[in-house]
Design a protein around this ligand. Structure first.
Ligand SMILES: Cc1ncc(COP(=O)(O)O)c(C=O)c1O
Length: 394
């Protein structure tokens, strides 16, 4: 899409403004479904953070089913909006948060809490007993790979081997108010690490080599864990793995029943540089040119939406349209002012937009109360983000 297209679409609107191009969003959905080759897709809500767009995703295809939430409070809130099959991807410890889940489960909703420590079980068992309900949980297995000088993956679960699974299952058996209902392994080192950066051939080759070495270990652990659970007569509702960046390898695994995808639907800049796929930027934001201190520098109001994770240039928003814009190294994207430099005078006037992309998909929603949904050259509708609904979960 061109600058002129989006400029005309948002003419007269106040900025900053978040915009999801539905035509591109739908194309990303189609491409992701093709990549998943029939494996069920669970949507990572952290990467969407908008109820209306979550509904659109689930309605798009029967293979898109279930949500991966990022907090228990969020899962309960979504259940109140009519969503079901909610996997909370990270552990919940606070008893009142677990209680809210227990009450939703009693109403007939499926909310799965994530566990990997006995302490998680203790808290959940206590609430399950008090509320007289059996709570389904999902075991998070650490599928990172330890190379001699590198921990390739994330530090999350403490369940690292089949023996750990065996010992943990014994603990679950002593909790009458807990049902082990799911297994998850998140291979962040495959899903979240780019392997096709322009001009970084050697680094790309090393990363691809490490990924190739890591995948068989992931496959083996997930398989061993699932087979063991089956041997114990434990019937799992799902075996989850992956993320946007690992669909191709995750779906190869026989035991995996679903792959998680979130960021790929909006496609933020961190998902541009994978060899296996290329999706299109569906979620962009516009900030207004309010100054023009040099003929080729246009200074915008706001725009400093930097992403979480290791601080670095890749976490900084990127000028998207008009093409060719660069941030200025000693200012970058600022809290109140963001100058964008072009090679020449672009002829932009005060009041014109410059469109940016965020590094991460859903985090951008924390800066906007609403998103303009754009299709066929016009704003179809404005919908609330989580934040716009007064909901900030993390
Ligand atoms: C547990 C888990 N699964 C899957 C994902 C992948 O999400 P996305 O597709 O947005 O990268 C993440 C991202 O952090 C995650 O934490």
């Amino acid at each position: 899409m061109t600058y002129a297209y989006y400029q005309s679409v948002i003419r007269g609107e106040e900025m900053p403004l978040g915009l999801v191009d539905l035509d591109i969003f739908e194309e990303n959905i189609r491409q992701i479904l093709l990549r998943a080759k029939g494996t069920r897709i669970r949507v990572a809500t952290k990467s969407v953070r908008c109820v209306s767009l979550l509904r659109r995703l689930l309605d798009a295809d029967a293979n898109i089913q279930g949500l991966m939430c990022y907090t228990a409070r969020e899962a309960v809130w979504l259940s109140e909006q009519g969503f079901d099959d909610l996997l909370v991807a990270y552990p919940t410890y606070h008893l009142e948060q677990i209680r809210a889940v227990a009450q939703a489960v009693k109403r007939g909703v499926s909310i799965y809490l994530m566990v990997d420590k006995v302490e998680h079980l203790t808290q959940i068992q206590q609430v399950g007993k008090e509320e007289n309900v059996v709570l389904p949980v999902c075991l998070d297995v650490d599928v990172s790979t330890k190379f001699p000088f590198l921990h390739f993956g994330v530090y999350r679960s403490s369940i690292r081997s089949k023996n750990d699974v065996v010992a943990f299952v014994e603990q679950v058996k002593s909790c009458p108010n807990i049902r082990l209902a799911g297994l998850m392994g998140y291979e962040a080192q495959i899903a979240g690490i780019v392997d096709n950066m322009k001009g970084q051939g050697v680094k790309n080759a090393i990363i691809r080599f490490l990924k190739r070495r890591s995948i068989p270990k992931i496959v083996a652990l997930r398989k061993a864990a699932v087979k063991y659970l089956e041997s114990q007569g434990i019937k799992l509702d799902f075996v989850n793995g992956g993320g946007t960046g690992s669909v191709e390898s995750t779906i190869q695994e026989e035991v995996v029943t679903e792959v998680t995808v979130g960021s790929g639907f909006y496609t933020s800049t961190l998902f541009d540089n994978y060899r296996a796929f290329r999706h299109l930027p569906a979620f962009i934001y516009a900030v207004e040119v309010v100054r023009n201190p040099e003929p080729n520098i246009f200074t915008c109001l706001g725009g400093g939406y930097v992403a979480s994770g290791p601080a670095g240039i890749d976490k900084v928003p990127r000028p998207h349209l008009p093409e060719g814009g660069k941030l200025i190294s000693h200012e970058m994207a600022g809290e109140v002012q963001t100058p964008v430099k072009y090679k020449e005078d672009m002829g932009l006037n005060l009041g014109d937009p410059i469109f940016f992309r965020h590094a991460k998909a859903g985090e951008l929603c924390e800066h906007f109360n609403e998103i303009c949904l754009v299709s066929s050259g016009k704003i179809e509708r404005k919908v609330k983000t989580y934040r716009g609904e007064g909901k900030v979960f993390l």
